[in-house]
Structure formats: C-alpha cells, structure tokens
Design a protein around this ligand. Structure first.
Ligand code: PLP
Length: 351
C-alpha cells in the first residue's frame, strides 16, 4: 500500500516552511505595512509593488472549473520543470534513492535527477514505444521512489497503454508521475479524474503547449491533498510572479480559442502526415497523439541541414536510442507546414 510517510524524506517531514507576511495575515485590511514593500507604488501603469498570492488561488479556482478537480488538489509551478524538481527534493534522498524513466522520453526527468544526485534506472520502451512491464518490475527496488511516464510521449508522440499505467499505479508503492503535457491533442483520456482512485498518482500538465503560454512559465501538478501540501511546503514562497498570474487568469477565459487551435492543429497534423508519406526520403511516420510528429527519414542529418539552410528548424532526434534516423517536427500553422513541405520536396530534387 502507498503511504506518503514511507517515501517522504526525513528533512522534509520535519521541515518548518518559510512563513511569509502574506501567510501570516490573510484578512481584509487597507494599510499593509507588514512585508517591507514599497508603499508608494511601482514605476509601471499596472501596480506590481505588492508580493503575489503565494498559492495562486484565483488561477486554481478557474482551473478547477475547467478541469473538474478541486483547487486544493492543484499545484502551480514555474513550468512543469519546477514540479519535477520539487519531487526529487521532497522524496528522493541523494545518493540513496532511485527513480525510473522510460526512454526515449522527455529529458528533464534525468537532468533533474542528476542535479539532485539521484540514480536514474532507465527501462527502454519496446520497439512499438509501449512499456516494457517486465523490465519495469525488475528495475524497482526498496529505494525506487518515482516512475515517470510521459503520455503522450515526447519525442515519440504516442500515448502509453492505459491498462499498463493502471497496473503500475495499482502495484507500485512509490509515486507515479504521468506527464500529460500533450494531452489536449490526444484521443486518450486524461488521468486527472483518477486522483481519488490512486493516492500515489501525480498528473503533470502545462500552459506551455496547447494554451500557447510557454513564455509565462506555468506548469500544473494534480495530486492528492497530502502530496500537494508537500509541494507547497518545499516550493519558493512566491514561485509564480504577479504578471504571470494576471495574464494566466486572463488567458484561462479564452477556452474556445484554445479549443479551436487544438482542432486545427490536429487537422493540420493529419494533412502533414498524408503529404509527408508521399516523399521518398520519408521511411516512416509514427502515429501521433501530440502537436508534433516523429518522422523516420533516409538521411536525417542531410535533411536537417537542408532545412536549416532555408531557415526551418526541426529537432534532430536521430542519435536517440529507438529514434534512429528520425526528426521531430512540431505542427506549424498551415502556411508554415506548406513551407516545410516545399523545402522537403526540394531536398528530393537537389539530390
Ligand atoms: C514541453 C513539455 C513540458 C512542459 O514544460 P514546462 O516547464 O511546463 O514548459 C513538460 N513535459 C513534457 C514531456 C514536455 O514535452
């Protein structure tokens, strides 16, 4: 059985968190002389002289309406990357504990592990990019604290089999992180409705992809209240700045705009796949549930260089295990996708 007290680091269990002026007084008042802010104002038309809400309740309330998850089950980070880093600092003893990643996948899990001096056990995906369940079972030991599952997976684009994820959630006594950065583009259902079912589940989502707000740096973690309390205890007190909070709240009113973009991106993805499939230099296009596609080519370095020469940048993943020969291509606007296709057609002719 999962028990948070069995996996939380001792220093975090005993931690007395920083208590800010905003934490100590929460009521209504008109004269605030408790936080050493500049009482006169700020040299901007919008006023930023006050510290922001440490727990970002306005955004969480709005997200709660959109996602159907109570506000107290939501953590907001300075990008998903902050949530990932906090998981290591709160749950993994450096030099002792380990985590499991499932490559080829998002690079930050391993980088964050390395920064925190936590061992990474890599269980490579099967050739069909699904989980090697026996390999995962063998890799788990008493010091395994977290398993990172990215679904839809970056850079392969596929969703991970739901039943396999459920098996892990049920049988693993540590935390299971499901990174759903690309869930809005997927045919698969999100796991955020399953929080009450699995006390060891953490779902990561972000405003950086479908919401079009990569520059604001806002990532979301959805989990049980006791896990969210740990996040809140460890995070820097004011981790989301006031400008980002205001803009995020404004953006979260425009759900329709975002849904239209998602629809258009998925349509463009289908068109791009159909067109790419015609090109002789394209060997394989992996099925995608994301806003990018992984494309296996005859000459990845040559194509990459040819595209760069025309001012088009894609991601060369050809040296990544199981992605040999492949480029990862983000779905652009219809105009951008046309430019890309034309450039790829020229590559054929110029050979
Ligand atoms: C882009 C991406 C993120 C988003 O990270 P942010 O820090 O929120 O911008 C998270 N996970 C995966 C797999 C991604 O590809």
């Amino acid at each position: 059985m999962f028990n948070i007290n069995n996996i939380l680091r001792k220093n975090i269990k005993e931690l007395v968190p920083y208590s800010s002026a905003r934490d100590e007084f929460k009521g209504e008042a008109s004269v605030f002389l408790d936080a050493n802010e500049n009482s006169y104002g700020s040299p901007l038309s919008r006023s930023y002289n006050r510290y922001p809400d440490p727990l970002q309740w306005k955004i969480k309330k709005r997200l709660s309406e959109i996602k159907g998850v109570p506000p107290q089950n939501i953590f907001l980070g300075n990008g998903s990357d902050e949530a990932i880093d906090i998981l290591f600092r709160a749950f993994c003893n450096p030099g002792i504990d380990n985590v499991i990643t499932l490559p080829p996948t998002y690079g930050m899990y391993e980088v964050s592990a390395n920064i925190n001096d936590v061992e990474v056990r890599k269980v490579i995906l099967r050739p069909d990019y699904q989980l090697n369940m026996e390999g995962i079972a063998e890799a788990i030991d008493d010091h395994t604290k977290i398993i990172f599952i990215c679904s839809p997976n970056n850079p392969t684009g596929n969703s991970i089999d739901r039943q396999d994820i459920e098996t892990i959630l049920t049988n693993f006594n540590g935390l299971v992180v499901i990174d759903e950065a690309y869930i809005n583009y997927s045919r698969q259902k999100t796991f955020i409705q399953e929080l009450t079912e699995y006390s060891n589940l953490i779902v990561l989502q972000t405003l950086s992809k479908a919401w079009g707000l990569a520059g604001l740096r806002i990532g979301m973690a959805f989990a049980s209240e006791e896990i969210i309390e740990v996040f809140n205890k460890v995070k820097p007190p004011y981790n989301i700045n006031e400008a980002s909070q205001e803009l995020a709240l404004e953006a979260l009113q425009n759900v329709d705009q975002v849904n239209n973009w998602i629809k258009e991106t998925v349509e463009e993805r289908g068109k791009l796949v159909a067109e790419l499939a015609q090109l002789p230099s394209v060997l394989k296009i992996y099925p995608s549930d994301a806003n990018f596609i992984l494309v296996k080519t005859t000459n990845p370095r040559g194509i990459y260089g040819h595209l760069v020469d025309q001012g088009i940048i894609v991601r060369d993943r050809s040296k990544v295990e199981l992605c040999e020969g492949s480029l990862r291509i983000t779905i652009g606007t219809p105009e951008e996708n046309k430019i890309l296709l034309n450039a790829l057609k020229n590559f054929q002719e110029s050979r």
